[in-house]
Design a protein around this ligand. Sequence first.
Ligand SMILES: [Zn+2]
Length: 113
Amino acid sequence: MHEMSLCEGVLQVLEEYARSQDYSRVKTVWLEIGCLSGVEIEAMRFGFDLVMKGSVAAGATLEIIQTPGQAWCMQCGKTVAVTERYDACPDCGGYQLQVTAGDEMRIRELEVE
Ligand SMILES: [Zn+2]
């Protein structure tokens, strides 16, 4: 499962932070997931609990913030909102879109102790 390795990536970051910022436990993780990233939220939640077991983030709460998708339409010459990666432009119906936001996943905030 793709989300499993994403969770492992998150854990690596959390453990690095724990070392550099000297905390012993992560209580809450706010994860920003773009709606074009292809990440399945439910799979992410499932994977998170499994992967964090026995780690610095064991039992931590996962808060997911979904961010909207945006793309640049070459035909319209402006930024438009898209909900799927291969959507057509909502204004002109064209497919010359370059995704500019919403295809990433990142840790926005942590609550630690
Ligand atoms: Zn357009």
